[in-house]
Design a protein around this ligand. Structure first.
Ligand code: F6R
Length: 243
């Protein structure tokens, strides 16, 4: 088993700063790096920090390429709850990254297999992900890889669990509007990233963090696979720290 770096921050804002340090370090060494990105509430302080740091001249996104973890099936890119729109509003519209250098799975794909294969190929053509950002769901999901019997390898379609739809309904008018399926990078896609940074905040995540990093590696707790990645930094706040 590899060693996981665990950094405990005081609060979500500090989690954002420490995660930004990790991205800044990669961007300085490799200005044309490929970054893997996540949506959700937890990365927001990090995205604000990255925007500020580019404004301050500390980092530069002009040569960066980015690939997002996932997208809801059936949502158009400009749908208010789509992950593409989330990324535009919370990061891409405020930094110098070129629009053609950002990819998010196509929620409206008709030929799902072709879209998923093309997504994998684009990442491969870019030379793979240098640093992948992850959050974690209460059931241990990473991306939208929900607990299941085996670790999915590539980008694929998933049915969302009731727990995940319930957790995400806060962004929609009602639970009925939360899509029932999504497209997500596979566990294999995530594990192929050279470096992984996971951000986690809040006492409600402490239990699943304990299971993920101190329990057995099992596809029933998808994040537990990270114990087998050689370069994972977990940045959590005091409330989420499972120690
Ligand atoms: C989002 C994603 C999800 C979230 C997870 C935690 O792109 O891949 O796995 O990271 O659901 O979400 P928050 O941060 O909202 O608690």
């Amino acid at each position: 088993m590899y060693h996981v770096n665990i950094v405990v921050a005081k609060n979500p804002a500090e989690v954002g700063k420490l995660a930004a340090d990790q991205f800044e370090a990669v961007l300085r060494v490799k200005p044309a790096c490929v970054i893997g990105l996540a949506t959700g509430s937890t990365p927001l302080p990090l995205y604000r920090e990255l925007i500020e740091r580019e404004k301050a001249g500390r980092i530069d996104f002009r040569r960066v390429r980015s690939a997002n973890l996932d997208e809801y099936k059936g949502l158009a890119p400009d749908h208010p709850q789509s992950y593409r729109r989330f990324m535009q509003e919370n990061l891409f519209d405020h930094i110098s990254i070129k629009p053609e250098n950002t990819i998010v799975p196509d929620g409206l794909a008709q030929d799902v297999d072709a879209m998923c294969a093309a997504y994998e190929k684009q990442i491969e053509d870019w030379g793979g992900v240098d640093v992948q950002l992850l959050g974690i769901g209460h059931d241990g999901h990473i991306g939208f890889n929900e607990p299941c019997d085996s670790f999915p390898r590539m980008t694929h379609e998933v049915e969302l669990t009731d727990m995940t739809r319930e957790a995400n309904k806060r962004f929609f008018d009602s639970i009925d509007e939360v899509p029932t399926a999504a497209f997500t990078m596979g566990i294999g896609t995530v594990m192929a990233a050279r470096k992984i940074v996971m951000v986690v905040t809040g006492a409600d995540k402490a239990g699943i963090l304990r299971q993920s990093f101190f329990g057995p590696v099992t596809p029933q707790v998808p994040a537990s696979v990270l114990q087998f990645h050689p370069d994972v930094t977990l940045i959590c706040d005091e409330a989420a720290f499972p120690g």
